[in-house]
Design a protein around this ligand. Sequence first.
Ligand code: DX5
Ligand code: ZN
Length: 221
Amino acid sequence: MEKVYVSPSILSADFANLERDIKLVENAGADWIHVDVMDGHFVPNITIGAPVVKSIRKVTNLPLDVHLMIENPEKYIEDFVKAGADIITFHYEAQCCHCEEQRDVAISSLIKRIRSFGLKAGISIKPKTSPEVLLPYLSEIDMALVMTVEPGFGGQKFMEDCAKKVAYIRKNSPKNLIIQVDGGINDITGKICKDYGANSLVAGSYIYGAKDLSQAILSLK
Ligand code: DX5
Ligand code: ZN
């Protein structure tokens, strides 16, 4: 059986008890900790930044899977590297300082920069973005993140049409690419995504809302 990386999203944790809630999922079998960074521009919501990642780094040994839902991600990469991120995923749709015509160059150099620090690099696409845009980068990245809700908030309804993009990416990518899905994931929607070829599942409300966290994480594997 192929390894499935379960990455609980701390967006559904109690921010006043973050250490406790991270230990809860760590002890329940989580593989990574998913950290949703939102800037109020790329998405309508504001969450947390690099200083919080730095504090989280001290309380867990699990890889920190940082999902940047921000404009101009290139400005903040080093902050998150220094804070202790292990995986940095940015959005294909995000603005970057470089001009539009050089967008592909800017994206490639951002990937290279993340990897130059020894981190895994990921690119994410929103529900309305075609998976074809990822084709030029699939051999350069470690992970593709397919959003299965509009980014910005936890607790939204899973969009199965988005999950279908996973099959296209899987068909066109090198064997070792990690394909992650995020948004509305539970035991049932997670199974749908795995059948399409996903091997990393992010889940916030499903895991943190469960009575038995170990059982919830196990059900996603
Ligand atoms: C949404 C975030 C998700 C969110 C998932 O923009 O990227 O990681 O926390 O929450 P659930 O699992 O509740 O849909
Ligand atoms: Zn996320």
